[in-house]
Design a protein around this ligand. Structure first.
Ligand SMILES: [Zn+2]
Ligand SMILES: [Zn+2]
Ligand SMILES: [Zn+2]
Length: 499
């Protein structure tokens, strides 16, 4: 009976998808006065994002997407319930100090989540009971400034020690703690490992069976998880606890129930067999009883294909190189064991990273010195070239001036010279005309007149040329003035640009 239920549900893709999905809880924003108008709420939310954007971008410099919720609604009490799957935004909104007091006449108070998502959480393992949570807080606050929450993990409390979960808002500090692998508390080294998201299991709220939700349930009525009776008949607050799956002495949704346990086991096996299809970001926690024996990494379920490992590795290298990166890290797989040898090897690993960083820093310093020297040389040469170019430009401008003066004086000489020639020609013409008039020899008269005619032609020609020259001269002068202005402008630009 159990097998058939499991097989019918385990085969659906939904179950597996649900198991690995890591939803972030809603952000609850209390409003005063209460909201009742969708339009007003929309304006409020828009204004809210424009108010927080500057601070958010300052803290998340690599975040390129626009700000907004995935969806939101006004709840029964007239407050806002907002959802996002962006971890950066979620973490930012977990800090009550990041909210304005008032938006557009509405007072707002954030009811922030008590914990950050698994990607921001670290487990400090086996902390002796005589070190109190308060002591841990104090000790950690010396080295880490962005502690959001510290709490004991309920399932881990043993006789002498327990695990403590610590949430850090800064991704840099998270990486720092994960890379060091240990932290010292009360003079004792404590192993720090990533907090892995537990597998999520769908349990139907109607029939209490795993693997589907109420909407898809084939049951006829809501079944009491204590006694297995019909919920709308009789009293069910103090009814006898007797599991209706297995008749055991537990509630039917309890992890003690073989049905639920079997379901978890099958689900984990299915996910293990399909690990190559898991998204890169997903790292699931495998409870002790379901781990593969003899595999040292049996505590964690991740996509282990060559490609995925390579991608993860390149991300990790990047993180080691630059702690300011703002993407969430894909963590290196930390070989897990519960002895302190791991802690030691982790700290050794930390030392190696540190040495590597110092070496890289030195190389970088040498490169920087070389670069600085080159920069100074380049600056020197640039200045020399600049001075040269400047003097060439002024020389050009002087030369142009001189050329123009020469042309001008040549023109004026011509202008003075031509009238003298024309006057001489006129006088000669008059003399010739007179001589022709006085002459009695017809042949001589004719030749005088011909010469006078030629003189007239030359005179006309000269006058024409004179007009042409003065026109050209005026044009030339205009051009020169324009060129001079352009050159001056060029020189000015050259000087101001340089400043
Ligand atoms: Zn059901
Ligand atoms: Zn009952
Ligand atoms: Zn049971």
């Amino acid at each position: 009976m159990i097998d058939t239920i499991i097989n019918s549900y385990i085969s659906t893709e939904n179950t597996a998808t649900h198991a690995i999905e890591q939803h972030l809880p809603p952000i609850n924003i209390k409003c005063e006065p209460k909201l009742n108008d969708q339009k007003h709420a929309t304006t409020l939310i828009k204004e809210f994002f424009s108010r927080i954007e500057k601070e958010f971008r300052k803290l998340n410099t690599k975040y390129a997407k626009p700000l907004g919720f995935d969806y939101w609604f006004i709840d029964r009490d007239g407050n806002l319930q907002c959802f996002t799957h962006e971890i950066e935004l979620f973490v930012f909104l977990c800090g009550s100090q990041n909210y304005p007091d008032k938006i557009l006449d509405t007072k707002i108070t954030a009811n922030t989540p008590k914990r950050l998502p698994p990607q921001c959480s670290i487990i400090l393992k086996y902390i002796p009971k005589d070190i109190s949570v308060e002591d841990i807080k104090n000790e950690i606050s010396i080295k880490y400034q962005t502690t959001f929450n510290i709490e004991e993990m309920r399932g881990s409390i043993g006789r002498t020690s327990r695990h403590v979960r610590i949430d850090l808002t800064s991704q840099c500090e998270y990486t720092k703690m994960m890379n060091s692998g240990v932290i010292a508390i009360g003079g004792q080294l404590i192993e720090a490992v990533e907090f892995l998201a537990p597998l999520r299991i769908l349990i139907c709220s109607r029939c209490n069976a795993p693997g589907h939700i109420k909407k898809d349930c084939k049951g006829e009525h809501d079944v009491c998880r204590r006694c297995g009776g019909n919920k709308i008949q009789g009293e069910h607050r103090e009814c006898t606890i007797k599991c209706h799956h297995c008749n055991g002495n537990h509630e039917s949704t309890s992890f003690e129930c073989p049905l639920i346990t079997e379901f978890r086991k099958e689900l984990i096996n299915k996910l293990k067999s399909k690990a190559h299809t898991l998204p890169l970001k997903v790292q699931l926690f495998i409870p002790t009883e379901f781990r593969t024996q003899g595999d040292k990494n049996n505590r964690i379920l991740i996509n282990n294909t060559k490609n995925a490992c390579l991608q993860r590795q390149s991300q990790t290298t990047l993180l080691n190189g630059n702690l300011n990166l703002h993407e969430w890290p894909c963590l290196p797989r930390n070989a897990n064991s519960q002895t302190h040898t791991t802690a030691n090897s982790s700290s050794l690993n930390g030392n190696n990273i540190w040495n590597e960083m110092i070496k890289t820093q030195n190389e970088f310093n040498i490169l920087k010195a070389k670069f600085d020297e080159q920069e100074i040389n380049m600056m020197k040469r640039y200045n020399e070239q600049k001075i040269k170019l400047g003097s060439i430009l002024s020389l050009m401008s002087v030369q142009m001036q001189q050329q123009n003066e020469t042309i001008k004086s040549a023109c004026s000489t011509l202008n003075e010279f031509i009238p003298i020639v024309t006057t001489s020609l006129e006088i000669s013409q008059q003399i010739l005309c007179k001589s022709a008039y006085n002459s009695s020899d017809n042949f001589e008269k004719l030749s005088f007149e011909t010469v006078a005619q030629q003189l007239q032609t030359s005179k006309n020609f000269l006058n024409e040329k004179k007009l042409l020259i003065s026109n050209k001269n005026a044009q030339l002068f205009d051009n020169f003035e324009q060129n001079k202005k352009l050159l001056q402008h060029g020189i000015e630009l050259y000087i101001t640009n340089d400043e």
